[in-house]
Design a protein around this ligand. Structure first.
Ligand SMILES: C[S@@+](CC[C@H](N)C(=O)[O-])C[C@H]1O[C@@H](n2cnc3c(N)ncnc32)[C@H](O)[C@@H]1O
Length: 258
């Protein structure tokens, strides 16, 4: 469904059907999905520019437009090596991501592992991930559009902290999350209904506000420009008026561990 929102081709009739329903409830979903993906793309490129060469993408999802290893491959300086580990708990996403890496002949420097990201020791001890990722060196940990699938009982803030404790200094955390605290009343209602639509699926979704999400960066130093809306994180062009309408519906930031 996410791929369909992004205008991709890796989606099925059932995704399109539910996607259309969701779009009626929350018309900004497409804009926000694109802005989210573009944010992830920029984080990966800036992490590479900062010298980070290892990426762990938690809740990586179905292969779609602009996957992390593709961004890395395009942006990595010639002659240098980087490593990418995708993690998702959906078996179908893992199967499709594995096929993508096979097709791209990227298996020697990228991998995909099936884990629930709430199992921090399980993710960090995974043999396939450890084959590629050296956790004693800086890692760019991505938690992009995934923590809103965790309920309060899962204590997302504690999870972020548990990962932070295991990462080397110089590591980055890139995080985005759906929100509505700065939306107009109509937008707030729309996103509430959007959340309700997801409650009936196997992937219920939680909308949170700035204060809570920003609090998860406790112990990380937010890199420039800090905790902002998706199009405002190191933008590369002017945000159009239509794009600006999606602005209040998500927060994002990148933190560095010292
Ligand atoms: C909306 S997609 C985001 C994909 C990608 N991170 C992005 O932002 O473009 C969310 C993904 O998170 C995965 N996910 C949700 N909860 C998870 C969990 N507890 N552990 C691992 N993956 C999870 C879902 O299976 C889905 O593939």
């Amino acid at each position: 469904m996410y791929d369909w929102f992004l205008g991709g081709t890796q989606n099925w009739a059932v995704d399109r059907e539910f996607g259309r329903k969701v779009e009626r409830v929350w018309p900004h979903i497409r804009i926000v999905a694109k802005q989210n993906r573009q944010f992830m793309n920029r984080v990966v490129r800036h992490a590479l520019d900062a010298g980070i060469r290892q990426f762990v993408d938690l809740g990586s999802g179905e292969p779609t437009i602009g996957n992390v290893h593709e961004v890395v491959r395009r942006h990595l300086p010639r002659g240098q090596r980087a490593r990418v580990a995708y993690v998702d708990y959906e078996p179908i996403s893992v199967v499709h991501s594995t096929a993508m890496l096979d097709q791209d002949r990227a298996q020697d420097w990228a991998t995909v592992a099936q884990h629930d990201l709430r199992d921090v020791p399980g993710v960090l001890a995974d043999r396939d991930i450890r084959r590629l990722i050296d956790f004693s060196k800086p890692v760019c940990l991505l938690m992009i559009a995934v923590l809103h699938f965790l309920g309060d009982d899962d204590r997302p803030g504690d999870l972020v902290r548990a990962y932070r404790d295991e990462l080397a200094p110089g590591s980055w955390l890139g995080l985005s999350h759906i929100a509505s605290d700065e939306a107009e009343p109509v937008g707030k209602i729309q996103i509430e209904r959007f959340g309700e639509a997801y409650q009936k699926t196997t992937n219920p979704l939680w909308v949170r506000d700035r204060e809570e999400i920003e609090g998860w960066f406790d112990g990380w130093e937010l890199v420039r420009p800090g905790f902002v809306h998706l199009p405002d994180w190191r933008p590369e062009r002017r945000v159009t008026e239509t794009e600006a309408e999606g602005r209040p519906f998500a927060w994002c930031g990148v933190g560095e561990k010292h």
